[in-house]
Design a protein around this ligand. Structure first.
Ligand SMILES: Cc1cc2nc3c(=O)[nH]c(=O)nc-3n(C[C@H](O)[C@H](O)[C@H](O)COP(=O)(O)OP(=O)(O)OC[C@H]3O[C@@H](n4cnc5c(N)ncnc54)[C@H](O)[C@@H]3O)c2cc1C
Length: 421
């Protein structure tokens, strides 16, 4: 026992929450050892490279207005590639553009008069946008809230707008089309979309955690170090080794945190998603927006020609298409693929025959489900003396939620050190 390594801080989990906590501590000269169970950092933000294509493990984007990303990330070094603002919506067999009139005033009129919802719905969208941009984010998190569905109905949105825009849009963001998430989440997301760009790093989303890890002192991150137990100020790894620390941060997913702390109530249920990637010889369409399924019934929830946004995602003379599916009852993956290809064929025509399915990612543990009763920005949970919990389950289930919770856990440790000295 006396030979065990002692650290000032141990962080369990090398996802965005754990890495953000470590970076924030390092800025104040506090060294933390990050223990990550798998063979890479990033947790749920991962990218694979297959045949020269960069595939994010589940379609995922960075909203550049996220305050914690602005604080901790070096955007120029990430070489961000931007989506066009707004969305394309499938309607009556065609793509209809719902542009953002603030960023693209030239499209204000065509957007106002297009058949996505009524003219009044467009005015309501603009009113919602203004409302979400008012005040501080902290104040937004405290607003009275209800389910997103009730909120949108009370706002006066038509049934069509709910079905053709909000359900696939919110479904894509929170992996939950039921619109049962808190209206604060809707307001948070709308605000982030309104206040900044939608982007992916040229090298894939995994460049985000990589950048954070590279900012840590050499040797801080310990991969393949799964923690199986916490005993006071000591953690035990799966290989039986023990380490001690003054402060322990649990930055794992909610379920692992519940296990380590023996607090079953910390477990969450999960929203799942499936993303398919297709490669194609250069795609004819030049869209750089997110496409929502609109009034169609097929398996697709959202899609994007991601190589139009970031050409680095595909080798020269080829395109990469990312397709996310709505939750469905189909159990046969062959059938899902067939239906998806048929729907893509309706969208993009005969060229789809040459598209090749590169990879299917089924992600059962996508986002912690956040019901109406969840406090969005809970105080840093300190379950035991000098043990802190962070992660997206403590805030909004998003990059911002994970990183901000890590920053706040670091702040609590720094505060505690000051008060003890
Ligand atoms: C498909 C998908 C799409 C998404 N899209 C978006 C999006 O477009 N925009 C957005 O803002 N957010 C999006 N998100 C959400 C965002 O990616 C997550 O909220 C965020 O990455 C969670 O980070 P985290 O650090 O809290 O948790 P995680 O990323 O889950 O990290 C936890 C880490 O802890 C490690 N760990 C677990 N148990 C142990 C143990 N016992 N010992 C050591 N290590 C352990 C895990 O291996 C993991 O690396 C998406 C998520 C998914 C899955």
């Amino acid at each position: 026992m006396s030979n065990e390594r002692h650290h000032e801080v141990i962080i369990i989990g090398g996802g965005l929450a754990g890495l953000s906590c470590a970076v924030q501590l390092a800025k104040s000269g506090v060294h933390a050892a990050v223990l990550e169970a798998t063979d890479r950092v990033g947790g749920r933000v991962r990218s694979d490279v297959i045949n020269g294509f960069t595939l994010d493990v589940g379609f995922q984007v960075l909203l550049t207005a996220y305050p914690s990303c602005q604080e901790l990330l070096d955007y120029p070094a990430l070489r961000l590639r931007y989506f066009d603002p707004g969305a394309l919506i499938r309607q009556a067999g065609k793509f209809t553009e719902l542009a953002d009139p603030w960023r693209n005033p030239g499209k204000a009129w065509s957007t106002a008069t297009n058949p996505v919802g009524s003219f009044k719905d467009k005015l309501r969208i603009w009113r919602l946008r203004s409302k979400t941009c008012r005040g501080s984010l902290a104040e937004l998190y405290e607003r009275p809230h209800k389910t997103t569905e009730q909120y949108l109905r009370d706002f006066g949105f038509s049934e069509r707008m709910l079905e053709e825009f909000f359900r696939p849009f919110i479904g894509g963001v929170f992996l939950d089309e039921s619109l049962s998430v808190s209206s604060r989440m809707l307001e948070f997301v709308f605000r982030m979309f309104a206040m900044g760009g939608i982007a992916v790093p040229a090298d894939g989303m995994a460049a985000i955690p990589r950048q954070l890890a590279e900012r840590l002192p050499r040797g801080s991150v310990n991969l393949q170090s799964s923690v199986v137990q916490i005993e006071g100020n000591r953690v035990v790894l799966a290989n039986g080794a023990g380490l001690t620390a003054k402060h322990i941060v649990i930055a794992t997913e909610s379920d692992a945190a519940a296990r380590l702390l023996e607090l079953p109530q910390m477990q969450t249920s999960w929203n799942e998603t499936t993303t398919l990637y297709y490669s194609s010889p250069q795609c004819d369409e030049k869209f750089k927006s997110l496409i929502l399924r609109g009034d169609e019934n097929g398996p697709i929830q959202t899609a994007t020609i991601i190589s139009n946004v970031a050409e680095e995602y595909a080798p020269p003379q080829s395109s990469l298409i990312s397709v996310s599916l709505s939750p469905n009852d189909e159990t046969s993956s062959d059938r899902i693929e067939l239906l998806t290809k048929q729907q893509l064929n309706k969208w993009f025509g005969d060229q789809v025959r040459d598209w090749e399915l590169l990879q299917t990612y089924q992600i059962p543990y996508g986002l912690p489900a956040m019901g109406i009763d969840r406090v969005i920005r809970s105080p840093v949970v300190k379950e035991r003396e000098n043990t802190y919990v962070c992660g997206d389950h403590c805030e909004t289930p998003s990059i911002e939620g994970a990183m901000d919770s890590g920053i706040r856990a670091a702040a609590s440790i720094l505060e505690r050190r000051t008060s003890n000295s």
